[in-house]
Design a protein around this ligand. Structure first.
Ligand code: NDP
Length: 433
């Protein structure tokens, strides 16, 4: 805490993990002797760099770029790039730390990393975004590689940005290799990657709720956000017969008692890059309310926070519980505060943490890496089936680990323990490095 005092999100993520690992350390005294914890919370490498770029009016801007290569015990660093004005080192470290456990849970050989910039793509022209991405890659290229570090998208980094980043890497290195995932289908991307995080979340939650005799069929669901994860979580939940009644963006939320029309949301968000507010202008009977936090006052059976970290606090958690929510699945990374999580857990709500529930995205990125190495694409159905199986396996690992260590039905503990064990054993085997 002393070293990282100015990094509250990182401290929060570490506190949450350490709180559940005590019984594992009690059973394995050799971990403590090898200072495993101290090594685990220190990134292997942090890279920070200047990203200068020129806007359409000729003005020069400078943003900060970074990449945190957190842990490579079980494979090359893997994790997204986030472009958002709120980005700072503490946020990237928290995301990188979480990524280590998440990637381990997927059962694929990938280590953990994360990166990004405080650049805000919102309101920028395509050319400005392109120039920024090119400048970002003009430094990042020396630190990544198909067997070293393979970044992907995250908030503010979608197909457009990945394309520009990939193009610049290829130009500088004169090399066509799978150094990024989330690529376009024409140049090495994987079918079902776009859908993977949202679909995976719903596959995971399906296991969680069906084990308790519940189902998505006719359940009322609230999904926060309206970005990549939110849209495809909504799509899969609807395909299982759920009624999704609310979605949001950072300005406010929409409520549609008849069930969200996803074609309209996709048109606004994916095609026009507009605001969720526009939905209420198009769909009769839908309401828009200013302020994104209000979305948690909407009554639902299942809540899927899919926007950003700490968007669901104690107060919102209490309202959800009062309104009868029985399951919460994190599509975003750490969207629930520690206090919010405690409210859910003490009220008997089935609570699935992001590092397990949203692991489908990175798992499918690993499948993209496999296809790139083989130079052979799989069909949508093949990838989706593998994704589904991976999510079922993650559920089983969490279930098993939580039961073994006396945390029955506590998926936070289950995910932390199961994710930790593989990394810990790999680190032990590789010596003090
Ligand atoms: P997108 O950029 O596609 O969408 C993000 C959504 O969250 C937008 O609706 C955005 O609204 C909203 N949002 C962003 N910041 C805030 C804020 N401060 N308050 C309220 N809403 C906000 O990102 P993704 O859907 O890709 O990512 C969403 C979450 O899922 C993130 O936590 C990410 O780390 C996590 N995740 C993503 C994966 C992926 O494969 N994409 C994989 C695993 C996790 P607005 O448009 O107004 O900014």
């Amino acid at each position: 805490k002393e070293k990282d005092g100015g990094q509250p999100e990182f401290i929060q993520a570490v506190t949450e993990v350490l709180g559940t690992l005590e019984p594992v350390f009690a059973k394995h005294p050799e971990y403590e002797k090898a200072a495993l914890l101290e090594r685990l919370v220190e990134p292997e490498r942090v890279i920070m760099f200047r990203v200068p770029w020129v806007d359409d009016n000729g003005a020069v801007h400078v943003n900060r770029g970074m990449r945190v290569q957190f842990n490579s015990a079980i494979g090359p660093y893997k994790g997204g790039l986030r472009f958002h004005p709120s980005v700072n080192l503490g946020i990237i470290k928290f995301l990188g730390f979480e990524q280590v456990f998440k990637n381990s849970l997927t059962g694929t050989p990938i280590g953990g990393g994360k990166g990004g910039s405080d650049f805000d793509p919102k309101g920028k022209s395509d050319n400005e975004v392109m120039r920024f991405c090119q400048s970002f890659m003009a430094e990042l290229y020396r630190h990544i590689g198909a067997d070293t570090d393979v970044p992907a998208g995250d908030i503010g980094v979608g197909a457009r940005e990945i394309g520009y980043l990939f193009g610049m890497y290829k130009k500088i290195r004169n090399e066509y290799s799978g150094i990024l995932t989330g690529k376009g289908l024409e140049y090495g991307g994987s079918l079902a990657r776009k859908e993977a995080t949202g679909y995976g979340l719903v596959y995971f939650m399906k296991e969680v709720i069906e084990a308790k005799g519940k189902s998505f069929k006719d359940a009322t669901v609230v999904v926060s956000g309206s970005g990549n994860v939110a849209i495809y979580a909504t799509e899969k939940a609807q395909s299982y017969g759920a009624k999704v009644v609310a979605m949001s963006d950072s300005n406010g939320y929409i409520y549609d008692p008849n069930g969200i029309r996803l074609d309209v949301v996709k048109e606004i968000k994916e095609v026009r890059r507009g605001r969720i507010k526009e939905y209420a202008d198009i769909v009769k009977g839908a309401e828009y309310t200013e302020g994104c936090k209000g979305i948690w006052t909407v009554k639902c059976d299942i809540a899927l926070p899919c926007a950003t970290q700490n968007e669901l606090d104690e107060e919102s958690a209490k309202i959800l519980v009062k309104n009868g929510v029985y399951a919460v699945g994190e599509g975003a990374n750490m969207p629930t505060t520690i206090e919010g999580t405690e409210v859910f857990q003490s009220s008997g709500v089935l609570f699935a943490p992001g590092k397990a529930a949203n692991a489908g995205g990175v798992a499918t990125s690993a499948l993209e890496m496999t296809q790139n190495s083989m130079r052979l694409p799989w069909t949508f159905e093949e990838v989706d089936e593998k994704l589904h199986q991976i999510m079922i396996n993650i559920y089983k690992q969490c279930e098993q680990a939580s039961t073994e260590y006396g945390f029955k039905d506590n998926f936070v503990a289950g995910a932390n323990i199961a994710g930790f064990q593989k990394v810990a054993n790999a680190m032990m085997a590789q010596g003090i490095v």
